[in-house]
Design a protein around this ligand. Structure first.
Ligand SMILES: Cc1cc2nc3c(=O)[nH]c(=O)nc-3n(C[C@H](O)[C@H](O)[C@H](O)COP(=O)(O)OP(=O)(O)OC[C@H]3O[C@@H](n4cnc5c(N)ncnc54)[C@H](O)[C@@H]3O)c2cc1C
Length: 382
């Protein structure tokens, strides 16, 4: 019996499904693809938090569930498979909370972690810039020392949720070194502070999720330096396993698979349609097993960044290929203007989001570089 089949997790899964049926009845859960990116619904996030389903992996002393990453996976698998609107608390729960727990001061932990677990404090990631995506160490945002803190100047790009979240964790250069990986630091920046300016970048669907995030001399107090000055690179790369390995890296388009199965259940599916659906499910199952391996490693405190890169490469390719395969299984004209929740509408949404799957969180070419270097290193050692 795997950890995810234990009596407690099966009961937890049933509980989440009951909650989701209630939410479906009130019209909150619409079965949309990519709901972790575009489904911003703070009240839904708070209702989840009331049930203890935000901050589940955080220690109880900081308001969390003390339950570990595998229990969290049970809940988020169900939420993503249902296409629930989870984007408000997504980054705070997945990334900001473990970062603050691992690197934050006691004051930061007490201030932010309980608020995150209550679903009332939302975070953005302020890493990428115009010329610093894959080559993140070339960030141009500067933090200079001022009395009592730092002054941040620069422009971040692709900052999801900066127009509606509360804080961003910003990577900025605090000193110059020949080795560009040195002299970077992380800061917790209040997104409503003077000098913060947010400019929308629209998705192909017209949705507003991303932004340019301008920091025009934003003053950040000393207490909001996250971790040690100059340790930003190690801190950022240490977070990658949290960012790259979860179910959102292979389930973004799962609701479309649910929609096509629903459509086919009204008709008699042909043998070819059944085989193709079966093949998709088998691939999903394999990536899921890999992802669970990373969650188990995180629970045990083992490093998992290479495995996480593998999950993300395989998973994000699969979630894109799923859209095209589903379209071959049951051809219809994708139509973004069709009734929300119908197969043509969901197909259009998933198609328009497809270019992003393999880019966000580090492109697949970069991930393969990480995997190749790890394999070479292992070969050299053996
Ligand atoms: C939907 C979406 C959401 C995002 N959300 C956020 C966010 O919230 N916060 C944030 O900070 N960032 C975010 N990003 C930014 C994301 O991390 C970057 O887009 C990504 O790291 C790639 O950087 P880039 O866009 O600058 O492309 P580039 O780095 O310019 O890459 C362009 C192409 O060149 C390839 N390439 C680059 N270097 C190499 C190399 N050494 N070897 C082989 N190929 C290479 C890449 O694989 C890619 O195909 C988001 C991006 C997207 C699309």
């Amino acid at each position: 019996m795997t950890a995810l089949q234990s009596v407690q997790t099966l009961e937890l899964r049933r509980e989440v499904r009951r909650f989701l049926s209630e939410e479906r009845a009130r019209g909150t859960v619409l079965g949309r693809p990519d709901s972790w990116l575009t489904g911003w619904h703070p009240e839904f996030s708070r209702r989840l938090a009331e049930r203890g389903w935000v901050g589940m992996a955080l220690p109880k002393e900081y308001g969390g569930g003390g339950l570990g990453f595998l229990a969290r996976v049970v809940v988020i698998e169900e939420l993503l498979a249902a296409g629930a609107p989870v984007s408000a608390h997504w980054v705070a729960d997945r990334q900001a909370a473990p970062s603050i727990l691992n690197h934050g001061s006691e004051e930061q932990k007490k201030r932010f972690l309980p608020a995150i677990a209550e679903g009332r404090c939302f975070f953005s990631i302020g890493m990428s810039e115009e010329q610093a995506g894959s080559d993140l160490a070339s960030v141009q945002t500067r933090a200079e020392r001022v009395a009592g803190g730092w002054r941040l100047t620069g422009t971040k790009k692709w900052t999801g949720g900066a127009h509606c979240n509360d804080y961003a964790i910003v990577l900025a250069r605090t000193s110059e070194h020949e080795d560009r990986h040195q002299g970077l630091s992380q800061f917790i920046v209040d997104l409503r502070a003077p000098g913060v300016r947010v400019e929308p970048i629209r998705l192909l669907t017209g949705e507003h999720t991303f932004n340019y995030f301008h920091l025009d001399g934003v003053e950040v107090p000393d207490g909001m330096l996250l971790g040690k000055e100059g340790d930003g690179w190690a801190q950022v790369t240490g977070e990658l396993a949290f960012e790259r390995s979860g179910p959102e890296r292979y389930l973004s388009t799962f609701p479309l698979l649910v929609a096509v199965v629903r459509e086919l259940s009204d008709k008699a599916a042909t043998a070819d349609q059944q085989v193709r659906l079966g093949a998709l499910m088998a691939r999903l199952y394999a990536v899921r097993q890999l992802s669970l391996g990373v969650a188990a490693a995180l629970d045990e405190g083992r490093p998992a960044d290479v495995q996480a890169a593998l999950v993300k490469d395989l998973g994000t390719r699969l979630e894109g290929e799923l859209v095209h395969e589903v379209r071959r299984i049951l051809p219809v004209a994708a139509d973004a203007g069709a009734t929300p929740g119908t197969y043509p509408e969901l197909l259009a949404l998933a198609l328009l989001h497809t270019p992003a799957y393999t880019l966000r969180g580090g492109t697949n070419e970069i991930l393969r570089g990480i995997i190749t270097r790890a394999v070479e290193h292992k070969e050299q050692q053996s």
